[in-house]
Design a protein around this ligand. Sequence first.
Ligand code: PMP
Length: 326
Amino acid sequence: MVTIRWNPERGWHDAVVQPYRPLELDPAAMVLHYGQAIFEGLKVYRQPDGSLKSFRPEANAERFRSSARRLAMPELPDELFLGSIAELLKVDGRWVPEQDEESLYLRPFMISTEKGLGVRPAKEYVYALIASPAGSYFSGGLKPVSVWLCTEFVRAAPGGTGAAKCAGNYAASLQAQAQAAEQGCDQVVWLDAMERHWVEEMGGMNLFFVFGSGADAKVVTPELSGALLPGITRDSILKVAADLGHAVEERKLSTEEWEKKVGTGELTEVFACGTAAVITPVGRVKHAGGEFLVNGGEAGEVTMKLRQELTAIQRGGEDVRGWMRT
Ligand code: PMP
């Protein structure tokens, strides 16, 4: 693991690569009480020539700084974020697996460590980077997921922390995820906090909607409202889809439009995307008033093509945008 400490006098200091071990925390460490905790998630892929590359780590570094600002934490400079990955890979590079769909998952995070019970931004922090080999996300093949449109609980509100990758967002999501499971669904779909009408994202992934089919298909994703996480996979798919000649749109999309246009056949495919699984088709949608299938519950053609494009880049295929970094 890598750790780097921060305080106002010394700034970022004491950077060290050390064996994985427990962190020592005072019981009054402010993170335990007021929750200044942010994280990132990205993957390192072994390339056909044996070298190691990560997917768009600068984008994670930037999002980490943006999460830090929202939680009133110090921003880790990108050189340190990227440098911590390089240093960890120097000692742990052999843990990056070789099989297709396997990777080394990196988990950078930062917590406040100052002790004190006053509510204010802490004056001491630790940044740490840990890693774990990750197997194939879909050991039984790419299976479409079922989703629960949740109107009882919300993930994020306007002006809240939805666009930050902070620990509290995930704590707040667990009860809704449990409700989705009770409803027999794999994942929860988050709706906007004000009207419970607009689709935001799914569990820990962003959502895409495909209108039409083939090369003429239009690819739509909910706009960044400030309440959803700006996914790096989301951004990559918008670019790859446009390169493939698809019309792409970031806009508001309601649960009514979702059901109605699946009914008329205009809305042909729905998928979710994120670092963990890249792209996951959505097959069944359930809400308080009923349920319906998208594309007969099967993975769609545009979904699979976009997945193929992105995974090819990650696996050493042509990388015209220079997304893969050593
Ligand atoms: N939304 C949420 C809430 C997430 O936790 C994630 C995973 N980081 C995503 C979307 C997808 O983001 P990315 O593509 O950067 O992994």
